[in-house]
Design a protein around this ligand. Structure first.
Ligand code: C2O
Ligand code: CU
Length: 506
């Protein structure tokens, strides 16, 4: 059953996606079976397009709930001055999707309408609903039926689903993205992701962090283009092992943009929205990135760093202080893990002298440690590449993901557990748990200072390493998934379920 599925994906991957879905009638660029199709057919000059900032959606207030409607659909997007418009799939037809700004304690409801082009049937798919898209709010504490479980796909064409987000958790940068069963990688690559900023005024207002035009979301993604401007995404044995890596870096949908800045402090809400690429961010003038937050919200205190690694779906909240930079200077946000076209992400052009009186506060948010000594147990998860039913695949505890798998963990509501991820493979795995924010307590047996990591929902388990987190199951009962956020690992099949169960009454 798995083998035809693989063959389908390979055939599928060999075509330009826009062509496959009938957006364009031109012939697809020939692809070569067995190679990583990550090299673009074009070279693109960096820093010629201005950074775009996705629009913030305005809600309709219905019975005190901020209510939004979004439509997933095919459209065209201009990714670079010298490229023809690129066929994308986007929330409201834009790439990346619009930003939602939510307030802590105030509920949000999002109706997601599916007007995506109808997909061809997938031979051998394990589940009839397999191709239906689901939308996951990454990092959010929500009920299972609003979590975008791949089982809860939205019907084609014009089907919809209402997602309810209570926003009771700490303020942080969340993001929404596609979570289609076995096809998340392809659909996110086509453009289906967007930012969701959850603001907690009660903790943030007094910090007077840079805001307004000086608070900017940056969604980092990598893509490859053919000469028609289409995204090249393919699933070859190499991409299935490494995950998809494009050779062009985009920020908010624009290849290597520039941003004009004033001599002031800026707050960047950075998301690694890439399928598989891990970036190491640094500034070309040697000044530091002042990290103030992580996936789950603000750190205890600011942490200046020369460079910061960020893996798929991780978020960092960073202040860059341009106040000492001379007008006319150009500072590049670099990716020290890359070279050539993957070595530079964007450029800041300092164009205007202003007086910036803002100070970065010494203390941001009191740290709340999950009481490790109250943990009721340790679960171990082994992350491996192995053959299951004759197919080389990614596994967790020997299991390749299928929607009818029994849960690999059944934590009890109200309890704290230790989870240890054991990675004997030679690839990093950014492991993500739905529903919760957790804390990192040990790497290779060495105890870690959890407050250094901050609140996390995704953490990289390095090659040939073990990493232990402590996690509290407080809010909801039911089935959720956890998985590697290298999206090709996730799709092929490094994902499992956990079910939060009710305590048994004595
Ligand atoms: Cu951002 Cu299940 O993922
Ligand atoms: Cu992985």
């Amino acid at each position: 059953m798995n083998i035809p599925r693989r063959q389908f994906f390979r055939a599928f991957g060999a075509l330009g996606l826009g062509t496959l879905f009938g957006l364009r009638s031109r012939a697809p660029v020939t692809a070569h079976e067995g190679t990583v199709h990550s090299a673009s057919a074009v070279t693109l000059e960096p820093f010629v397009d201005a950074l775009r900032i996705p629009p913030v959606l305005k809600p309709k207030v219905i019975r005190k709930v901020d209510t939004y409607t979004m439509t997933m659909r095919a459209a065209l997007a201009q990714c670079h001055r010298d490229l023809p418009p690129t066929p994308i799939w986007g929330y409201n037809g834009i790439f990346p999707g619009p930003t939602i700004v939510a307030k802590k304690g105030r509920a949000v409801s999002v109706r997601q309408i599916n007007e995506l082009p109808v997909c061809p049937p997938a031979p051998g798919h394990e589940h009839p609903g397999a191709m239906l898209p689901a939308v996951h709010l990454h990092g959010a504490d929500v009920r299972p039926d609003s979590d975008g479980h791949p089982r809860d796909g939205i019907p084609f064409y014009g089907g919809f689903r209402d997602y309810q987000y209570p926003n009771q958790q700490r303020g942080c940068a969340l993001y929404y993205h596609d979570h289609t069963h076995e096809m998340t990688g392809h659909r996110v690559a086509m453009g289906l992701s967007g930012m969701y900023l959850l603001v907690d005024k009660s903790t943030e207002a007094k910090l007077r962090l840079p805001s307004g035009k000086r608070e900017i979301p940056l969604n980092l993604q990598d893509r490859s283009f053919n000469a028609l401007g289409e995204f090249q995404y393919s699933l070859t044995p190499d991409t299935l092992e490494m995950g998809f890596h494009g050779d062009m870096l985009l920020v908010n949908g624009v290849v290597q943009p520039y941003l004009q800045v004033e001599t002031a402090k800026y707050r960047f809400r950075i998301l690694n929205g890439s399928n598989a690429r891990i970036y190491k961010l640094a500034l070309s003038d040697g000044s530091s990135l002042i990290q103030i937050g992580t996936d789950g919200g603000l750190l205890q205190r600011p942490k200046p760093q020369a460079s910061i690694e960020i893996a798929p779906s991780e978020r960092i909240d960073v202040i860059i202080d341009f106040s000492a930079a001379p007008v006319g200077s150009q500072i590049i946000l670099q990716n020290l893990n890359g070279a050539g076209s993957t070595g530079s992400i964007m450029r800041f052009d300092v164009t205007k002298k202003v007086r910036d009186t803002k100070k970065i506060p010494a203390v941001l948010l009191p740290w709340e440690e999950i009481p490790e000594d109250q943990s009721v147990g340790l679960r171990e998860f082994r992350l491996a590449r192995q053959t299951v039913d004759g197919v080389l695949t990614w596994t967790i505890n020997g299991q390749a993901y299928r929607m009818d798998n029994p849960p690999l963990a059944t934590p009890t509501l109200g309890t704290i557990e230790h989870w240890k991820f054991i990675n004997p493979s030679n690839h990093p795995h950014p492991m993500h748990l739905h529903l919760v924010q957790f804390q990192v307590v040990a790497v290779n047996g060495e105890p870690q200072e959890a407050s250094d990591y901050g609140w996390k929902d995704t953490v990289v388990v390095p090659p040939a390493s073990e990493l232990t987190i402590v996690v509290r199951f407080l809010s909801h009962l039911g089935r959720y998934v956890f998985h590697c956020h290298n999206l090709e690992h996730e799709d092929f099949a490094m994902m499992a379920e956990f079910e939060v169960i009710a305590p048994t009454t004595p």
